[in-house]
Design a protein around this ligand. Structure first.
Ligand code: GFB
Length: 316
């Protein structure tokens, strides 16, 4: 990919978008285009079309999305379905109309059937019912994959979709009601340690399994695949190993230095029993995750500490 290509990163202030900016900068891309939400409303078809008409964009990385953990998905199903559908539809269609041939769409591993065999291969898409707690989000993301696939088939574009497993890292959301599990457990362990509490609460049984990928690995995979010019399609991005939520809680407690007990709140949902991605396609292209969970937790905890006073206390 030309280092002078005009690359539009949609959603650059989020955890994934900001990681894409870091990765592109580290690889020497000089013309990365960004717009804040105030500058460009991605839910407005007119605004998005106008942006693409004026900006001569070469490549799009679509990381803008309404995201959240299990409870946020369950509480705001209309937002997760509507906002994700309209953002994808506006960006993909307007990009195509403005002549953009290359686009990366970011989805999620929750697109696969709840009872999919493990590890989950890309071809298991649409082979069974989805997990109910995040069905609206999953349907929006499946629509995004299918939109890319349909544009490729009808117009010969090269739009690829990446399906990352559960992501974490700098710029995550630490709000306990809307966050994913990993940032929530770092915060809970930190607050339990600070207050001298003897325990922290983990939602669900703690027995379900999740695969965690550092967002810098995710961003690296996305830019790597663009550089390799791989064939259009959808590809899993993960580290190839999973842990139980209880094991994750212990790892988060070690990262924070909190040596207390875990209490399970089984009134909260477990969600899907396991979500381990088969990452052999990316391995064949020559890409592998580099950041292990212990290392990733340690650096993410440092990010949490830097932002705790400003972000977390405002939202608490
Ligand atoms: O990360 P998480 O919210 O999302 O929850 P999913 C993963 C597991 O951790 C569930 C448990 O079994 C939760 O019950 N858990 C334990 C907690 N303690 C906590 C806590 O304090 N906070 C949270 N949030 N969970 C999401 C989807 O599913 O995965 C999204 O809802 C997205 O749509 C994302 O696809 C990657 O892994 O269950």
């Amino acid at each position: 990919m030309d280092k002078n290509a005009r690359i539009f990163v949609a959603g650059h202030r989020g955890m994934v978008g900001s990681a894409l900016l870091r990765n592109l900068a580290s690889r020497g891309y000089r013309n990365v285009v960004t717009r804040s939400r105030a500058e460009l409303d991605l839910t407005s078809q007119d605004a998005v079309e106008g942006f693409f008409r004026d900006e001569a964009i070469d490549v799009v990385m679509l990381a803008a999305a309404k995201v959240g953990g299990i409870l946020a998905n369950d509480t705001y199903p209309a937002d997760f379905l509507y906002l994700n559908l309209i953002i994808e539809a506006n960006v993909i269609n307007s990009a195509y109309r403005a002549g953009v041939r290359r686009l990366v769409f970011l989805g999620s591993s929750c697109i696969y059937p709840r009872e999919a065999p493990q590890p989950i291969k890309e071809d298991y898409l649409l082979t069974g019912p989805l997990e109910s707690t995040n069905e609206p989000y999953a349907i929006a993301k499946i629509a995004g994959i299918k939109l890319c696939e349909a544009f490729n088939r009808q117009f010969g574009t090269q739009y690829i979709s990446l399906m990352p497993t559960n992501l974490y890292g700098p710029n995550d959301n630490y709000d306990l009601k809307t966050s994913h599990v990993l940032p929530a457990l770092l915060r809970k362990a930190h607050e339990a340690k600070a207050s001298g509490a003897g325990s922290l609460t983990v939602w669900g049984t703690g027995r379900v399994r999740r695969e965690f990928l550092h967002v810098d690995d995710m961003a690296d995979a996305a830019v790597f695949l663009l550089e390799q010019g791989i064939a259009a399609g959808w590809y899993n991005v993960g580290c190839g190993a999973d842990v139980t939520i209880e094991e994750l809680a212990h790892a988060a407690m070690r990262a924070v230095g909190f040596d207390g007990r875990i209490e399970f709140d089984v009134s909260k949902p477990d969600g899907t029993p396991q979500k381990l991605l088969d990452v052999s396609k990316l391995a064949e292209f020559g890409w592998r995750a580099k950041i292990g969970l212990e290392e990733g937790l340690a650096t993410t905890y440092q990010d949490f500490l830097r932002r705790y006073e400003t972000q977390v206390l405002e939202r608490a």
